[in-house]
Design a protein around this ligand. Sequence first.
Ligand SMILES: [Zn+2]
Length: 286
Amino acid sequence: MTGKQLIMNLNTTNKSTPNSEYNSMTNLQNWDGDIIDCHIHPFSSPETRLCPHGQPNCAKELFSELKRAGITRCCGTMIRRMENPEWADIRGLNDEAVALSRLYPEYIPGINVHPAYPDESCRELERLNKEENLYWVGELVAYMMNHRYSDPGMKFVFEQAQYLGMTVNFHDNNDLEEIASFCNDFPRLQLVMAHPRDGADYLARCELMKKYPNLHLDLSGTGLFRWGMLRHGIDIAGAEHFLFGTDFPICNPGMYVAGVKFEPLTIDEQRMIFADNFKRLAVITP
Ligand SMILES: [Zn+2]
């Protein structure tokens, strides 16, 4: 093959992807409405910030940086590494989160629970649901709070969350059998896996969401660094399963906004991922 022929071949689109289809994908509009980040970790002092790079220094900086990235609202738990937490430690994180939401109304607290304290956790879900109208649990991070999702107490917490119509966002261990068992055991509980991962792990997560209508995925952490993965995942499982999230201040929120906007998605798909799916699962109106 001559160099000229090679260039001609490279510039010719595959017959299965007609030019018109490719052009219509690249001419897509960008979503310019609400962008809700379902996965952040606010903090009350620089010592409890989950980021070693010196910023943001305070809650005011945290929320102004999210705004600078185009993020209009956000949700998530206060997280701290705890060896053997008392219930008062867990409850304290929730109290801090609620107090922060009074100062920054764009922040929706994510609820912390712990399977070592099933009764307290169940009462806490009911309290925060009734008093604060909260429906979002997590992100739960088992390895930081020193528990496992398979701990016996978690069954009661999931039952209570299901009863109250709540959603549980959790950092799973990529144990898809365990995740499937939660979907089967609690079919009316909305579950959100944190972090897409990539390659075969990501594709397996998409196939699992195709099977379970109550299973979802937030795009935080490992994010969308593999090209086309969100478009492909939506084609497998449907756009209703994906939620926008960043893991700020651990990760750069601007990358995640740009990552979703640069995927070939329709405006309706962008609206679902940036805002509507979260509003539905966290029972937010408008
Ligand atoms: Zn996180």
